[in-house]
Design a protein around this ligand. Structure first.
Ligand SMILES: Cc1ncc(COP(=O)(O)O)c(C=O)c1O
Length: 377
């Protein structure tokens, strides 16, 4: 079966006896056991819950993964992935990483005994000159907010030659557009708050992988750190995922039209999108089925980003992405304000940079709104 059918029907098996075509929401936090020393599959909801399990099975199917876990946020999934490392390990992150992940590395790694380095371009990284102790790579491709694309297949090969674990944050793509595990990554994480939820109303995270030993460890961590997704949101997330393919197709088509407008507009200095730039586009086409629906751009120097944002009426000025409504954000003061200013500058996150997340509205309305705002900028 293909993606949309799998998202709706899963493997066709339901754990319910009732014949429900959707999973039930199991709210019980504890489950009756047969007797002393005898346990059944469900004991306590932090460790396992039937609604969450139904979601996790569906996620694994969509990801081509043997195991998937649902968490209370994207950061909870990322936190769990970082707990797979041990004291002394060094992790490489792309320098255009989500601000919250950078905050984790800069503020939390120290207490876990981990260290990190930022890498500008993993495509040209010389693995023979890595610092000692590198055990992990955490990558976003396309990156955030400059939409730089990394060749995941090549990076996975290089990493594995040196026993380095490759973790990909696939939030910008979703499993519908890109499957990092099939490209050789070891672990994929998501902010499911974004495209999987799709409606800006569920905070959730996902971690998927194929290695049984690591999956066992993740299960222990999920139970011990106490960060699984609750049953009601597990149900709501599974429901949202059923329309992921539809939403994504529309969002990508709308984004392509917006990119076309911005690239040829006299008030726009530069546009960042995976289809822009020869090498970026070539790699993206080789590993994904689309370019996604997040793009960034810089206005001409004599234009005012604040005036542009203020003149928009359909685009909400808000962080986050991936939902049905279009959003505009200012990475330097919002998603990436955790980066010190000099690092932000070095990573190319200029003060004039704006990021758009394109929704499913009628494209004529989106283009008109952008044209008016550009006029006012
Ligand atoms: C790429 C990316 N990864 C991870 C996260 C963190 O996810 P959450 O907000 O669900 O904790 C975000 C949130 O914006 C993100 O954009």
């Amino acid at each position: 079966m293909k993606f949309a059918s799998l998202a709706i029907h899963g493997d066709g098996k339901t754990a319910e006896h009732s014949g429900d075509v959707v999973p039930a929401i199991h709210l019980a936090t504890t489950y009756r056991q047969p007797g002393v020393g005898e346990f059944q599959e469900y004991v306590y909801t932090r460790g396992s819950n039937p609604t969450r399990l139904a979601l996790e099975k569906r996620l694994a199917l969509l990801e081509d993964a043997r195991y998937a876990f649902a968490f209370s946020s994207g950061m909870a999934a990322t936190d769990t992935a970082f707990h797979l490392f041990k004291v002394g390990d060094r992790i490489l992150l792309n320098d255009n990483v989500y601000g919250g992940t950078f905050r984790y590395a800069s503020k939390v790694f120290g207490s876990l005994g981990l260290s990190y380095d930022l890498v500008e371009d993993f495509n040209t990284l010389d693995f023979d000159r890595l610092p000692g102790g590198v055990r992990g790579i955490f990558l976003e491709s396309p990156s955030n907010p400059l939409l730089r694309v990394t060749d995941i297949r090549r990076l996975a090969e290089k990493a594995h030659e040196r026993d380095i674990i490759l973790i990909v944050d696939n939030t910008f793509m979703s499993a519908y557009l890109q499957k990092p595990l099939d490209l050789g990554a070891d672990i994929v994480v998501y902010s499911a708050t974004k495209y999987y939820s799709g409606h800006s109303d569920i905070l959730a995270g996902v971690l998927a992988l194929n290695d049984g030993e690591k999956a066992g460890r993740v299960k222990i961590l999920q139970n011990t750190l106490g960060n699984p997704l609750n049953p009601a949101d597990s149900y709501r997330l599974e429901r949202s995922i059923k329309t992921l393919a539809l939403r994504m197709d529309r969002q990508c088509a709308n984004a392509a039209a917006v990119v076309e407008l911005l690239r040829t507009h006299p008030k726009v200095k530069r546009v960042f999108y995976p289809s822009v730039g020869g090498e970026n586009r070539r790699i993206q086409e080789s590993q994904s089925r689309g370019f996604g629906a997040v793009l960034s751009f810089i206005l001409r120097d004599d234009c005012d980003p604040a005036r542009f944002v203020g003149a928009l009426s359909l685009f909400d000025f808000a962080v986050s992405l991936g939902s049905v409504e279009s959003l505009v954000c200012h990475p330097a003061s919002q998603t990436h304000e955790t980066f010190p200013p000099e690092l932000r500058k070095k990573a190319g996150i200029e003060d004039g940079l704006l990021r758009l997340s394109i929704g499913i509205e009628d494209i004529e309305d989106l283009l008109l709104d952008l044209e008016r705002a550009l006029e006012a900028a």
